[in-house]
Write a protein that binds this ligand. Structure first.
Ligand code: HEC
Length: 107
C-alpha cells in the first residue's frame, strides 16, 4: 500500500469519527473491541490462533468490502461468528479498514 493511500484511509477515518452519530462506537472503541473480542480467536496480536491471521499482510489481497462482509456475517460452518447483531455496518467497515491498516495497534 503506498503512503498516499494510507493517509487517505486515515483521513477517511477521521471524517467518519467526526460524523459518527451518538451510539456508534468511536474508532478507539472499535480498536479495543478488535483486540479483546477478535484476539481471543485470531491471536492477541492477530497473527493467528483458532482463526487465521488478520494482519495487513494476511489481508493484503482481500478487499475491505470482503473483510467487512465476513465481520458482519461470519463464515458459515466455521467458528467465525457474524457480528451484525453486535455492531453496525459502518462499524464493521471501519473495523475492516483498521485491520488492513493496522490502525488498531496504535489506539
Ligand atoms: C470464536 C472464534 C472467533 C472469533 C471470536 C472471531 N473470529 Fe474471525 N474467524 C474465526 C475462524 C475459525 C475463521 C476462519 C473461517 C474459515 O475457515 O474460513 C475466521 C475468519 C475470519 C476472517 C477471514 C480471514 C481470512 O483470511 O479468511 C476475518 C476477516 C475475521 N475472521 C475477522 C474477525 C473479526 C474482525 C473478529 C472480531 C470482531 C473475529 N473475526 C472474531 C474465528 C473467530
Amino acid at each position: 500500500m503506498c503512503a498516499g493511500a494510507r493517509w487517505f484511509a486515515i483521513a477517511g477515518l477521521l471524517v467518519a469519527t467526526a460524523g459518527a452519530r451518538g451510539g456508534e462506537r468511536s474508532d478507539a472503541e472499535l480498536a479495543y473491541f478488535v483486540r479483546h473480542d477478535c484476539g481471543s480467536c485470531h491471536g492477541m496480536r492477530l497473527t493467528g490462533g483458532l482463526g487465521p491471521a488478520l494482519t495487513p499482510e494476511a489481508l493484503a489481497d482481500k478487499p475491505v468490502g470482503w473483510v467487512r462482509t465476513v465481520i458482519l456475517h461470519g463464515v458459515p460452518g466455521t467458528a467465525m461468528p457474524g457480528w451484525r447483531g453486535v455492531m453496525t455496518e459502518d462499524e464493521a467497515g471501519r473495523m475492516a479498514v483498521q485491520l488492513k491498516e493496522q490502525i488498531h495497534e496504535n489506539r
